[in-house]
Design a protein around this ligand. Structure first.
Ligand code: 4AD
Ligand code: MG
Length: 447
């Protein structure tokens, strides 16, 4: 058998006879020519059959092979600029076809437009189509880049628990579950509190895992189960946090551009807007951002936008505000110094301005908005206890957390990056439900 080629390596086999193992994604028949678009997990390759070159039985088999049948194809690779595929530019002239399983009956996802609910119900099959395949390849690369950068920059991986005794990010989005005789346990909203313990043993740490929020809103940016990476650093203030974040994010984007060019191109992503994602990133305070938004609101003639942009000092930015702000910059922008009341309980107050927190969100450009949220953490045990009480959190569940401020407290900071929002931005797609293999939303736990 000729060597097995992987679609993404096909250029290395120009002129050679190869074997391609995969599935028939599409078939078009034009007179004496048949084109099979075959996917093999690594990409999509156009395979071509000429009637006059082949035994009638073989040609007939190629003409009739049903969509999604599993096949082993042999043939000769040749360069052709016009050949579609991912990466494309090469095709295989078929010399043999072995059908491993011929699909019988109609394949549910015929090659035509389908509604998104139908596609989500068939997510187990939808992941085979080029766009979904490309997005999920980008996701895997983004995750690999995240780990690569953190592992290479002195961060120790610490796996934090998923079953937890209390809220980290507000009590309104908790998923509870009965926990033997211990009462209710909650699915983790964040591993941050544990990482704050971990830095006192390891200096710089990260956790990376599934995160749960009972989000009651249906938006393009919210899932109930998503993946978050959370770096945390001892001896780190807000400025140092932003410096680390811009290095980290730039690495993720550049590595993805390097390794997933074909995937991004297949999604028609504008690559130049990703190429300029390099440090430094612009920074703007909440106060200045609010002033800009007020200006935009005053100047617009669009009554709908005027309504959407309504905001008062103290409110967190919603997605319309973030969208406007990101359009002022061509790189991700840091918005820092949010009002204390808009944010979580653990954030260090701004020196001399207790109503402002040493917090920072990073908003991705082109309208995408928040992809990271972070802050410097309160280091004073008395203030921390006061905040826990103000936020009505169960004091008992936080005893260990307050301890950390008693035994060698230092300024420390961290943030969480949402994988799905990052992938949506890098891929240039509208909705984060396509960035995770099996999305979980308020009305979906199937398949
Ligand atoms: O801003 P968030 O809520 O911050 C935290 O959880 C902190 N404890 C992180 C930390 O400092 N260690 O969430 C961080 C990021 C958001 O910026 C967003 O990218 C993502 O997590 N995220 C969501 N992604 C998808 N669906 C949701 N429901 C999300 N909620 C947050
Ligand atoms: Mg946030």
């Amino acid at each position: 058998m000729p060597p097995i080629v992987q679609a993404n390596r096909i250029a290395d086999y120009d002129g050679q006879e190869v074997t391609l193992e995969g599935w028939v994604y599409n078939r078009t028949h034009k007179g004496k020519l048949v084109f099979l678009l075959v996917r093999d997990g690594y990409g999509f390759v156009q395979c071509v059959a000429f009637e006059r070159d082949l035994e009638p039985a073989l040609f007939d088999a190629i003409v009739h092979v049903p969509q999604e049948s599993s096949v082993r194809i042999s043939g000769v690779v040749r360069a052709d600029q016009r050949a579609p595929g991912i990466p494309g530019g090469y095709e295989i002239g078929i010399t043999g076809l072995e059908t491993i399983q011929a699909v019988e009956g109609d394949y549910p996802i015929a090659l035509k437009e389908h509604g998104v609910d139908f596609l989500l119900d068939h997510r187990h099959l939808w992941i085979r189509v080029p766009s979904q395949w490309a997005i999920l390849r980008v996701r895997a690369t983004v995750i690999s880049a995240i780990r690569e950068w953190l592992d290479g920059n002195g961060f120790t991986l610490m796996d934090t628990p998923i079953l937890t005794p209390a809220a980290c990010e507000g009590t309104t989005t908790l998923f509870g579950t009965e926990y033997f005789d211990e009462g209710t346990a909650y699915l983790a909203q964040s591993g941050q509190l544990y990482n704050e313990a971990n830095i006192f043993a390891f200096g710089r740490v990260y956790c990376f895992g599934p995160t749960f929020r009972a989000e009651k809103s249906k938006t393009r940016r919210h899932l109930t189960e998503f993946w978050m990476v959370e770096p945390e650093m001892a001896f780190c203030d807000l400025d140092q946090l932003m410096e680390m974040e811009e290095q980290f994010i730039s690495h993720i984007v550049q590595r993805t551009l390097r390794d997933c060019r074909a995937e991004l191109a297949s999604l028609n992503r504008d690559l130049s807007s990703l190429e300029r994602i390099t440090p430094p990133f612009p920074r703007i305070s909440y106060d200045d951002a609010l002033a800009k938004l007020t200006e935009i609101r005053a100047e617009t003639d669009d009554p709908e936008l005027k309504e959407l942009l309504k905001i008062e000092w103290g409110d967190d930015f919603g997605s319309p505000h973030e969208t406007q702000l990101t359009q002022l910059f061509d790189k991700p922008v840091f918005v820092y110094g949010y009002p204390t009341i808009a944010k979580a309980f653990y954030m260090e107050p701004w020196p001399g301005r207790p109503d402002v927190s040493k917090s920072v969100d990073l908003l991705a450009p082109e309208g995408y908005g928040e992809i990271t949220g972070g802050s410097e953490r309160i280091s004073d045990p008395d203030l921390l206890l006061e905040r826990i009480r103000e936020h009505d959190l169960p004091e008992d569940a936080f005893r260990w957390y307050i301890d950390l401020r008693r035994y060698g407290s230092v300024p420390h900071s961290g943030f969480g990056l949402g994988v799905e929002r990052t992938v949506a931005w890098i891929c240039g797609i509208d909705h984060i439900r396509e960035t995770i293999p099996y999305p979980r939303t308020i009305n979906r736990v199937y398949p």
